[in-house]
Write a protein that binds this ligand. Structure first.
Ligand SMILES: *[C@@H]1O[C@H](CO)[C@@H](O)[C@H](O)[C@H]1NC(C)=O
Ligand SMILES: *[C@@H]1O[C@H](CO)[C@@H](O)[C@H](O)[C@H]1NC(C)=O
Ligand SMILES: *[C@@H]1O[C@H](CO)[C@@H](O)[C@H](O)[C@H]1NC(C)=O
Ligand SMILES: *[C@@H]1O[C@H](CO)[C@@H](O)[C@H](O)[C@H]1NC(C)=O
Ligand SMILES: *[C@@H]1O[C@H](CO)[C@@H](O)[C@H](O)[C@H]1NC(C)=O
Ligand SMILES: *[C@@H]1O[C@H](CO)[C@@H](O)[C@H](O)[C@H]1NC(C)=O
Ligand SMILES: *[C@@H]1O[C@H](CO)[C@@H](O)[C@H](O)[C@H]1NC(C)=O
Ligand SMILES: *[C@@H]1O[C@H](CO)[C@@H](O)[C@H](O)[C@H]1NC(C)=O
Ligand SMILES: *[C@@H]1O[C@H](CO)[C@@H](O)[C@H](O)[C@H]1NC(C)=O
Length: 438
């Protein structure tokens, strides 16, 4: 196939404002890494994702260099090559110093071969990042629209260190998430390195039919102030999402299914240091309906984590209680399978907690309005850490009435010392749990 490169619209953009940088045809056309064609495998959501047609024009973005802001050039290139083109960032270093609202994208590929770095300017991003009320989220950029592929083997660097350092003295410092995937219908994000997010790596909201593949994500502090809240993927109001074949080194959830995550497949991940693959928290807000349904989690390697498989749900609240954000929400967690997890040095291999952030007494009195049903934990191997030994996992429901058909089979989690592993099982039908409940 011969790609047709169209530069007519682009030349107009190489105006004086872009001296040193710009969007242009390169004198000798650099080669663009080919678009990978990842497909969901071996599991896929009921509705398989469509494959993008080939792109027919290319916009090369030349970096200004020396830490100068490339955001306007990248924006202009995406405008020029939107609707059927490829935007190529092939230079070694790009800097983004202003927020980018890229929710207009349609049928476009963004190739990142070098490094895209967000300026470590807390004051600027505090004032200018894109804000969402859900979990008081802030974003450097947001990517949305239809049929978007992002790939190229390069790196996206959030320069999180300065934010983690600032957090020590100010717990409310605004920390943007690294990748805002906002209202993206159809697309792939693959073959990229993500580094040091100030907050989460990915916030995926209002999106559907998006596949994440072959991502390498690391949040590593270079001083005594640890990385903070470096969740791998937080899925919210999103359907038919696949996350696969990736490595995540972080200190919070590896993947988190927030309210209204449906038809999700997570497979072949290596997670190190995390808080596990987590449903929730759900039920935080009275009056809200939270749903997590049809989640399939397959073949996960989980090392040095607080949890392997995790479901955290808040219970009800006492009538007349005026506290907000501490439970009382309704909804359900339904049809969730964890099939195949290898645990190494994790505090709990499984933690199902329907009394999250509550005392057991209050939780028993005011059971959760979020029904948990049809949950399968299957084929777990490995060893827990010494943290709660000989307890290697815990399943605590607020009442059997709101915790139905919880199944654990072929679970072989050992203790570090070799003494018999024990499990905490509260308000849950033990007859379907092939574990040593004590
Ligand atoms: C902490 O950061 C917040 C958000 O930027 C700001 O409003 C507040 O003034 C800061 N507090 C201190 C003590 O610097
Ligand atoms: C998702 O869509 C809703 C409805 O259009 C909007 O209110 C919300 O701001 C969007 N994004 C997030 C993160 O909630
Ligand atoms: C740690 O990271 C910060 C921010 O990127 C940088 O300024 C500093 O030089 C680094 N320190 C070391 C010891 O690498
Ligand atoms: C599980 O995932 C790992 C990659 O994390 C892969 O190497 C391995 O082949 C997978 N196992 C199965 C049974 O698919
Ligand atoms: C989640 O879906 C339920 C049912 O459709 C709806 O009532 C609720 O408002 C949704 N929540 C969010 C945060 O979109
Ligand atoms: C449960 O979820 C799986 C995918 O995770 C799906 O294939 C299956 O159809 C769902 N079952 C029901 C009853 O919806
Ligand atoms: C897990 O933690 C142990 C103890 O701190 C460490 O030796 C090991 O290298 C860690 N594993 C990984 C994969 O980082
Ligand atoms: C909320 O409850 C506390 C104690 O239960 C009470 O002191 C406070 O006045 C209440 N606030 C409102 C706004 O009702
Ligand atoms: C459980 O795993 C241990 C190794 O971690 C192995 O020695 C043991 O045979 C396994 N037990 C079963 C019943 O498979």
């Amino acid at each position: 196939m011969v790609a047709i490169h169209s530069y007519s619209a682009i030349t107009l953009l190489t105006v004086a404002a872009f001296v040193g940088g710009g969007v242009a045809q390169s004198s000798c056309e650099p080669s663009i890494p080919p678009r990978p064609s990842p497909t969901a495998y071996p599991y896929h959501p009921a509705k398989n994702h469509e494959v993008s047609p080939p792109r027919t024009k290319t916009c090369y973005v030349q970096a200004f260099g020396n830490g100068q802001d490339d955001s306007q050039t990248i924006f202009s290139a995406l405008k020029a090559c939107n609707n059927g083109g490829t935007v190529a960032l092939l230079d070694a270093q790009y800097t983004i110093a202003r927020p980018l609202d890229l929710t207009f994208l349609n049928a476009v590929d963004l190739v990142i071969a070098g490094e895209v770095s967000f300026t470590p300017d807390i004051a600027f991003w505090t004032a200018n990042s894109l804000k969402y009320s859900y979990q008081t989220s802030a974003l450097f950029w947001q990517i949305g629209g239809t049929d978007v592929n992002i790939y190229g083997g390069g790196t996206i660097n959030g320069n999180g260190q300065v934010y983690w350092d600032a957090l020590i003295t100010n717990s409310s410092v605004v920390r943007p998430h690294l990748m805002g995937i906002m209202g993206l219908q159809g697309g792939t994000i693959s073959n990229l390195n993500l580094k040091n997010p100030p907050n989460w790596f990915h916030f995926v909201a209002n999106s559907s039919d998006v596949l994440f593949d072959s991502m390498k994500m690391t949040a590593i502090s270079n001083d005594t102030h640890p990385a903070a809240n470096s969740d791998g993927w937080d899925l919210y109001r999103s359907d038919s999402i696949v996350v696969q074949n990736s490595y995540i080194y972080n200190d919070d959830d590896c993947v988190s299914f927030k309210p209204n995550s449906t038809n999700i497949v997570v497979q072949h991940l290596v997670c190190v240091g995390s808080h596990g693959i987590s449903v929730g928290s759900l039920g935080q807000y009275a009056g809200e309906v939270d749903i997590a349904e049809n989640l399939y989690i397959y073949n996960i390697s989980m090392t040095n984590a607080t949890d392997g498989a995790r479901i955290k749900i808040l219970p009800g609240v006492a009538p007349g209680s005026n506290a907000t954000g501490v439970g009382g929400g309704s909804g359900y967690v339904r049809n969730v399978t964890y099939n195949g997890m290898h645990d190494v040095n994790d505090a709990y291999a499984i933690e199902l907690n329907q009394c999250y952030e509550s005392s057991t007494t209050l939780c028993a009195k005011y059971p959760s309005s979020i029904l948990i049903e049809d949950i399968l934990f299957q084929d777990f191997t490995g060893t827990a850490s010494t943290k709660y030994a000989p307890i290697v996992g815990t399943l605590v429901c607020s009442s059997t009435a709101v915790c139905q058909n919880i199944v654990a089979e072929n679970i072989n989690i050992t203790t570090p010392t070799g003494v018999t592993a024990e499990w905490t099982c509260t308000n849950v039908d033990k007859s379907t749990l092939a574990i040593n409940c004590v």
